[in-house]
Write a protein that binds this ligand. Structure first.
Ligand SMILES: Nc1ncnc2c1ncn2[C@@H]1O[C@H](COP(=O)(O)OP(=O)(O)OP(=O)(O)O)[C@@H](O)[C@H]1O
Length: 342
C-alpha cells in the first residue's frame, strides 16, 4: 500500500535504512595485535541493507529474523542510538539520531539482554532517576505506578536491591522503568528472554494493556513465537539485513503461499525420496512422516498419499508458525512484495 508521507497516523517510518559497521580484523596472538595496531585491516559488515516500512499509531508489529539478521541494529537506529549509514528514519515526526528531548520523551527501547536499572540500588531509586530525567510530575508518577502495579504486581520487589531480584522480577522492573514516562512508541528487543512461561505471559499482558490504554505503537522482537502470535497481527521479517516479508501473520497460514502439514503414520516403511513426490518432507522417523504441501492441493495430495502408501493414519494441520517463518528465513525469493514507500 502506497502511503502519504504526511499521514499523521504514521508513527514510525524507515526509508531505505542502512547500517554498515566497520570492523577491525585481528590475527590471533600478540603479533596479531601489534600488526592490527600498526596497520589495521578493516572489513565492512552490512548489517542493515535498505530497509523500508511504516508503522501506524497503535500497531503492534513482530520484528523477526534469525540471529545476526539486523533486528537490534534497526531498533537502535530507530531509537537514535546509532546513526544510519544511509536512508532515513522518522519516529513520531522526529529524526531519531538527533536525540531531541521531545523525541526521547515519546519513545523507549527495552533490551531484554541489557539492563538499565542500577544494579546495587533498589529498583525504586532508578524509577526516581527516570522520574527526574523525564520530568514526570509526582501525581503522574503515582498514577502510572498504580496502573503498572495492577498488571505487573510490583509490590514487595521495588525496595529490594536489583542484584537480588530474580530475572522475572527484574524484567518487570525494567519494563516499568522504561515505560514510566508513558512513551508512544515502544521498541522491545527480546523483552521476555529467559523468562518462564508464566512470566512471559505476564509481560505480554502488560504490553497488551499498555498498548490498549495509550494507543502505543509497539515493535517487538522475540525468539518466542507465542509473544508474537499473542500480540502482533503484522510481522516484518528481516534476513541478512533485508526485509523479506511485511504482512499479516495470519496470511502466512491462510494466504495463497500457505502450506499445510500432513502427518502420516505408515504401516510399511517408505523412503524420503518416495514421499517427496507428494510434498516437502520435513520429518521421517521410522514409520512417522511429516510433509508440507500447498494448502490449495491438500486434498489431492492426501488422496495420492493414501493410494500410494500403506497408511495407518493421516492428519492434516497448519504447520507450526515457527516452521512457516523459518521457511521465510531460508527462502531466497521474497514471500510477498514488500511495501514500497512513495
Ligand atoms: N557494533 C558492531 N560492530 C560490528 N558488527 C556488528 C555490531 N553490532 C552488530 N554487528 C553485526 O551486524 C549484524 C546484525 O547484528 P544485529 O545485532 O543487528 O542482529 P540481530 O538480528 O539483532 O541478531 P540477534 O537475534 O542475534 O540479536 C551481525 O552480523 C552482527 O555481527
Amino acid at each position: 500500500m502506497m502511503s502519504n508521507r504526511s499521514d499523521p497516523n504514521i508513527t514510525v517510518r524507515a526509508d531505505q535504512l542502512r547500517k554498515a559497521y566497520t570492523v577491525t580484523e585481528k590475527e590471533a596472538g600478540f603479533l596479531g595485535s601489534l600488526r592490527a595496531f600498526v596497520r589495521p585491516k578493516t572489513r565492512t559488515v552490512e548489517a542493515v541493507r535498505g530497509v523500508s516500512f511504516e508503522l501506524t499509531g497503535g500497531e503492534m508489529v513482530g520484528f523477526l529474523g534469525p540471529n545476526g539478521a539486523g533486528k537490534t541494529t534497526t531498533l537502535k537506529m530507530l531509537s537514535g542510538l546509532l546513526h544510519p549509514s544511509g536512508g532515513a528514519a522518522s519516529v513520531q515526526g522526529h529524526t531519531p539520531q538527533k536525540r531531541e528531548v521531545a523525541f526521547l520523551k515519546q519513545i523507549t527501547l527495552v533490551m531484554g539482554q541489557k539492563q538499565q536499572l542500577i544494579w546495587d540500588l533498589p529498583a525504586q531509586d532508578s524509577f526516581l532517576v527516570n522520574q527526574a530525567i523525564y520530568e514526570i510530575s509526582d501525581s503522574d508518577y503515582k498514577a502510572t505506578m498504580r496502573e503498572f502495579d495492577e498488571v505487573l504486581d510490583l509490590s514487595g520487589i521495588l525496595s529490594k536491591q536489583v542484584r537480588k531480584l530474580s530475572l522475572g522480577e527484574r524484567m518487570k522492573c525494567e519494563l516499568a522503568a522504561a515505560l514510566l514516562h508513558r512513551p508512544k512508541v515502544l521498541f522491545l528487543d527480546e523483552p521476555t528472554i529467559g523468562l518462564d512461561v508464566n512470566m512471559q505471559e505476564r509481560i505480554r499482558e502488560f504490553v497488551r494493556e499498555y498498548n490498549a490504554r495509550f494507543n502505543a505503537t509497539v515493535m517487538l522482537t522475540s525468539h518466542y513465537m507465542a509473544d508474537v502470535t499473542a500480540l502482533c497481527r503484522r510481522i516484518l521479517v528481516i534476513d541478512g539485513g533485508e526485509l523479506v516479508f511485511d504482512g499479516d501473520l495470519a496470511g502466512l497460514t491462510t494466504g495463497p503461499d500457505a502450506r499445510k502439514t500432513v502427518r502420516l503414520q505408515l504401516s510399511r516403511p517408505a523412503t524420503a525420496e518416495e514421499l517427496a513426490r507428494y510434498g516437502e518432507v520435513v520429518r521421517l522417523d521410522g514409520l512417522d512422516a511429516e510433509l508440507t504441501v500447498p494448502r490449495s492441493e491438500v486434498s489431492a495430495r492426501a488422496a495420492a498419499l493414501l493410494t500410494h502408501f500403506e497408511v495407518a493414519d493421516l492428519t492434516v494441520e497448519d504447520p507450526p508458525i515457527e516452521q512457516v517463518i523459518g521457511q521465510l528465513f531460508r527462502s531466497e525469493k521474497k514471500a510477498e512484495p514488500v511495501r514500497e514507500l512513495a
